[in-house]
Ligand binder design. Structure first.
Ligand code: AMP
Ligand code: MN
Ligand code: MN
Ligand code: MN
Length: 284
């Protein structure tokens, strides 16, 4: 049942490989019935994806994945059911995207120091009109022969301490949660198992997130291992948070998980979609 709902994925509007319409067609072909598109820091794909979803009989959920800095770490906060016309959200995300461009130039100059020239232009051939992400740099570096695949290129060049990594100040947690809530959405901590927080900081994060009005965490995601499904189901329960799930699909060859294979949420989780009209068929 649970594989029918996927609340986290990316299109070419951010660092996915499929345009919104094709992404929706792909989801439909994998049997997904309720789909949330959550591009990084951008709402630009939602209208197209919603139209395509109508054609495929998919219930569509507006989404976004906002980059946040918390205690000098980067976290991702997913907003589900946000209003794509909300001006405060639109403007704040536009600022994040402008800052992303400056960051991309800093990434390129870091790479230049180790002899990789033209990385900005190279990454741009992958991102095209969309935001510049580390994924686009990674794809360029693979194409240019600096590593054999995206996974190894991240390790070698794009993570903390490596030449293509720059410290960046993203949105703050309170602002992201507040923007999501004020646009009518539900704030969800994306893939909490990926942040390498110790026990104390993980608990602090959950507490703080809730105090700002955050409502859910991703429990089942392409970025978690099965033991982490149970770990975060317990944390959700302890903090009175609902549970979300999504593949974090980025396209063929660029994903941890294909669409349509998500296992059920662990027993005892309260699904974030519990009261949603769009997910009625799943809750029946
Ligand atoms: P950015 O928001 O520009 O820092 O880019 C982050 C994106 O890079 C993530 O959303 C993933 O799609 C991708 N990414 C991050 N870490 C890795 C990794 N270790 N291997 C492959 N892709 C990654
Ligand atoms: Mn991504
Ligand atoms: Mn993420
Ligand atoms: Mn994602």
């Amino acid at each position: 049942m649970s594989a029918l709902i996927d609340l986290h994925c990316h299109s070419t509007v951010s660092d996915g490989l499929l345009p919104p319409q094709e992404l929706v067609a792909h989801a439909a072909s994998r049997g997904v019935k309720v789909l949330g598109l959550t591009d990084h820091d951008d709402l630009g794909g939602l209208a197209e994806a919603r139209l395509a979803s109508n054609d495929h009989g998919i219930a569509f959920i507006n989404g976004v994945e906002i980059s946040v800095t918390w205690k000098r770490r980067t976290l991702h906060i997913v907003g589900l059911k946000v209003d794509a016309e909300n001006l405060a959200l639109i403007n704040a995300l536009a600022e994040v995207r402008t800052a992303r461009d400056g960051r991309a130039r800093e990434i390129a100059s870091g790479l230049e120091k180790v002899g990789i020239v033209d990385a900005y232009e190279g990454a741009k051939t992958f991102s095209k009109q969309s935001i510049m992400t580390r994924s686009h740099f990674a794809q360029y570096l693979v194409q240019a022969g600096h590593a054999k695949n995206v996974k190894t290129v991240f390790k070698k060049y794009m993570v903390k301490g490596k030449p293509g990594y720059v410290e960046h100040q993203w949105m703050d947690l309170e602002q992201a949660v507040t923007l999501i809530k004020q646009s009518g959405g539900v704030a969800v901590i994306a893939h909490p198992g990926r942040y390498d927080l110790g026990f104390v900081n993980m608990h602090l994060l959950m507490h703080e997130f809730r105090s700002y009005g955050g409502e859910a965490i991703e429990v089942v995601t392409g970025s978690h291992t099965p033991p982490q499904y149970d770990q975060f189901a317990k944390i959700a329960h302890r903090f009175g948070l609902k549970a979300s799930q999504g593949s974090d699909y980025h396209g063929p060859g660029l994903s941890y998980m294909e669409m349509g294979y998500l296992p059920n949420l662990p027993h005892g989780c309260v699904p974030v979609w519990q009261d949603w009209e769009e997910a009625k068929l799943l809750n029946a």
